[in-house]
Design a binder for this molecule. Sequence first.
Ligand code: ADP
Ligand code: MG
Ligand code: ZN
Length: 477
Amino acid sequence: MEFEPVIGLEVHAQLKTNTKIFCSCPASFGAPPNTHTCPVCLGMPGVLPVLNKKVVEYAILMGIATKCTISKFSRFARKNYFYPDLPKGYQISQYELPICENGYIDVDVNGLKKRIGITRIHMEEDAGKLIHDPSRPFSMVDFNRTGVPLIEIVSEPDIRSSEEAVAYLRKIRSILRYLDICDGNMEEGSFRCDANISIRSKGSEPFGTRTELKNLNSFKNVEKAILYEIERQKDIVFDGEEVIQETRLWDPEKNNTVSMRGKEDAHDYRYFPDPDLLPLSIDDSWIAKLKKELPELPDEKKERFVSEYGLPEYDADVLTGAVELAGYFEACAKEFQNPKQVSNWIMGSLLGLLNAEGKTIEQSPITPSNLAELLKLIDQNIISGKIAKTVFEEMAKSGKPPQEIIKEKDLVQVTDEALLEDIAVKLISSCPKEVAEYKAGKTKVIGFFVGKIMKETKGKANPEIVNRILKDKLSAD
Ligand code: ADP
Ligand code: MG
Ligand code: ZN
């Protein structure tokens, strides 16, 4: 029997607002524990929440960007459960009337386009953070994160492989960052993902029982955890047993998942409309205004990079993956009007360099202008492509402009024909054996002569001129 995995993802994105969702405490990360708190977010008796308008605006923006229907009428609900990081004993979330529904995004997986449905996007507040210090006989809790705004983006169970899951997550994160509403940092927890996984025999309609995986704090872990979980479920079914519905925790050290708890059903949470908050009514003019303010999004930018710059799909896809990278490309292509050449250098050299040093494009030691200058120097034959690699490495180290480096290191290309001819003539007279070979039809030995001249000029001879002179001299009688 052949199995097919069925996967649906829940993403929690922390919104980049100044203040929390229902009070005026700062929402920023990294302050000393329990300094960003007030009676509202600590759940003291008698307080009332006041909704942060920016949170609604950001949720609508994400809804528009993912082709959702924006609900004219939505409502906050209490999700009741007990846990030490939840001072009120309930989380304010949305339940039967979320703010956005029925959207989708398109992703590319191995060159194939796949559409993945978005069931809903809703707003909610984050819980606090428990701190377990093994040297102390108790746990501590930091309420700074309590009440920080989140949107939860729930996908349809349309995903069929770990690659599709990662492509979906990357696209969602990219859209959030294009909109500038979430910083998308998985390690710091501002972009979190739970994966729901089941398997069914290929071709059958009904879904199998799902497990929900938590603690997936990097794309690599998402991929590994899903692959592991699919195999675990297959083994269970092969053994004639049944998968049980539960929440499982991914252990990145041991590379496996362990059972955390039986999965609650929605009715266990005793959801009910929050009586402290008015229902939310959103008018058309607000939605229309936000639609107008929407920035260019990854798919549109990618299309434009293909049509405006004539880039291959692949290049456009890589370059529009992050809005800052796309900006870097455009700044460079504005100063050096050969977009494919710019793309090659960014994708080949620059991204390799940043990757090796663990830097983002904003931290690039080479500015877009300096990269454009380097490409101009190659284009004008002032340096060879080979020397350009050396200059590039030097730029990466010092951040200096290329002109300064080639002056300092004396790297300007030798284009002096008389000088190169001189070198060629001397070389030819000292290598009669190779000359004879060339004349006998083995024209490939020209490479030997080119190599010698390059060596003598420390790689600075202009290769076209050298080739032309050599052909000339070698064919002469
Ligand atoms: P819960 O609150 O129980 O986690 P949600 O509605 O928040 O429920 O999320 C359910 C997620 O699980 C969705 O992403 C959905 O696509 C996915 N899902 C539902 N049924 C299955 C299934 N049988 N196999 C895999 N994923 C599923
Ligand atoms: Mg859920
Ligand atoms: Zn507060």
